[in-house]
Design a protein around this ligand. Sequence first.
Ligand code: SAM
Length: 271
Amino acid sequence: MRVDVLTLFPAMFDGPLNTSILKRAQADGHLDAQVHDIRAYTTDKHHTCDDTPFGGGAGMVMKIAPLAAAIEAISATDERPPHVIYLTPDGTTLTQAIAQELRTQPRLMLICGHYEGIDERVRTRYVHQELSIGDYVLTGGELAALVVIDAVTRLLDGVISADSLAEESHSDSLLEYPHYTRPAVWQEMDIPAVLRSGDHGAIARWRRLQRLERTFQRRPDLLAHAQLDKHDRAFLRSLGWHDPLWTERPPRKHTPKPLPEPSSARHDTAE
Ligand SMILES: C[S@@+](CC[C@H](N)C(=O)[O-])C[C@H]1O[C@@H](n2cnc3c(N)ncnc32)[C@H](O)[C@@H]1O
């Protein structure tokens, strides 16, 4: 996948793109990340990229011309048209499902805003998708762009093992189970005995229950989208989860037994 980043602060990408998984993904040819300085697309001697807002008010706005020139020139450097994303706090909140969709794109272009943001007409003309990384305001889109790059790159084929991705938090609307590694006992804190039992079936069941319990405790909203079988549902109900598919069986209607015949009507043979 090719990712073009448009930013006023290219140096912010130096460390993250040259470390750990993102560095290896590039070295192995899975990710081609190219960071572009928007100032290189200005035409005035001061390389001006911002101006005061029409209508007045605080702050500066990123100008159309350098951004439009950058988007068009950089788009044309590859025959694959980019899927253009603007990082913005008023965009759709990034989720694992969105990251999964983005991993299928051959090319992304990430636009990082600064100041009060970018001229709205850039959004209207060029942007296909607007993403926020959460309900808070950053000084610029660079950290948000790095979050998108990281979340998407680790999902690209060959970047990390498929096993590691299988039961991750948010992969299937359940959070992940807890992890432990050596030593088994640390400051009198032991690990759950089942993890040392060697019984793979028991370990898998324990992990499943841990995932269910964690999700119920921390993010019960996710359970509405999870694939749950009848055992999962029963376990969650035992924790106090309100199962939308569960209707208590109504108490059986009491049908009184017919009364025994009065003794006078009995045919008495005892005499
Ligand atoms: C100071 S913010 C501008 C905030 C804007 N005036 C508003 O109120 O929506 C500057 C830039 O940071 C980026 N940014 C800030 N918060 C973000 C978030 N939560 N997610 C993604 N990008 C964000 C955007 O690119 C934005 O243009």
